[in-house]
Design a protein around this ligand. Structure first.
Ligand code: FE2
Ligand code: FE2
Length: 146
């Protein structure tokens, strides 16, 4: 029943997964170094895939109708870039055995996620046509089958 899945539904699953990984990371921060590195690596890997899906699948068919929407999308893309850079820096520090603080990254991610859940995805579900949405859901599903 792919046709009935909305962009919100399919992307919310991803957000939940990232939230769980971040919580695991928070709980595991005082555990052994190797374990923290493994958790962090899984977190970055999942985050990169998610941003790729948003940038290359979810947002490609959307033409912002006005300046305000266009600026909001640009801002989201900038935040992706910033959060990936920050994540990679934290991973580098972890590899060097430095103490890291993930609270800033966590804060940014939560704000970004909430905006997408509450504003972006519902708006896309409203503004894209049925065929566009079906294509997006199909592509995201295929991506996860690889
Ligand atoms: Fe995003
Ligand atoms: Fe997202």
């Amino acid at each position: 029943m792919e046709g009935t899945i909305t962009i919100s539904q399919i992307m919310l699953r991803d957000h939940q997964k990232i939230g769980t990984l971040l919580a695991n990371l928070n709980n595991g921060m005082n555990k052994d170094h190797q374990k923290v590195l493994e958790l962090f690596h899984e977190f970055i890997w999942t985050l990169e895939k998610h941003f790729f899906i948003e940038e290359r699948i979810v947002l490609t068919d959307y033409n912002p109708p006005d300046e305000k929407n266009s600026a909001a999308i640009s801002n989201l893309l900038r935040e992706h870039d910033h959060m990936l850079k920050l994540s990679r820096k934290l991973e580098e520090d972890l590899i060097k055995n430095k103490k890291v603080d993930i609270s800033q990254l966590q804060k940014m991610l939560i704000k970004h996620r909430d905006y997408e859940n509450e504003v972006l995805y519902p708006m896309l579900d409203l503004e894209l046509n049925k065929t566009q949405k079906k294509t997006i859901v199909q592509k995201v599903t295929d991506y996860y089958k690889w």
